[in-house]
Design a protein. Structure first.
Length: 143
């Protein structure tokens, strides 16, 4: 099983509907391929974890690289792993939005998750990378 963690920039600010469209498409494509993961979007920046069969993860990353909404894709980690960090999430999403309730754990506010950033998964490398991503935003680091 392969796990890739990457950062990329959005060429334009995306609204809630555009993010939801990305999620619907990702879930539709990733589930049959056995790809799970985690997606965070804030201030035109994407942080994503993709994990699954080697060829399937590579195919998803290739689609993302070709997606005109992304630029400056930087792979932070590319590793072989024994088990997924996000086994039950076809594509989890974290948005900095005011969410009254979390119905299916597919959307979580970044402000809600920031205090637990070091424990979002069972993989310490993913946790450290996500914590670093959150640390880059002043508005998420206020007391």
């Amino acid at each position: 099983m392969r796990r890739i963690v990457y950062l990329s920039s959005s060429r334009a600010a995306l609204d809630k509907e555009q993010i939801e469209d990305i999620l619907r498409t990702s879930r539709r494509n990733n589930e049959p391929a056995g790809v799970t993961g985690f997606l965070a979007y804030h201030d035109r920046c994407f942080f994503q974890v993709l994990e699954g069969p080697v060829d399937a993860v590579e195919a998803v990353l290739t689609r993302i690289r070709r997606d005109s909404r992304h630029s400056s894709l930087l792979v932070l980690s590319d590793t072989e792993v024994d088990a997924p960090a996000f086994p039950n999430w076809q594509m989890a999403f974290v948005a900095r939005a005011d969410l009254a309730t979390i119905l299916d754990k597919s959307a979580i506010s970044l402000t809600d998750i920031a205090p637990q950033a070091g424990s979002i998964s069972g993989d310490s490398r993913v946790n450290k990378l996500f914590k670093s991503f959150l640390g880059s935003f002043r508005d998420l680091n206020r007391a």
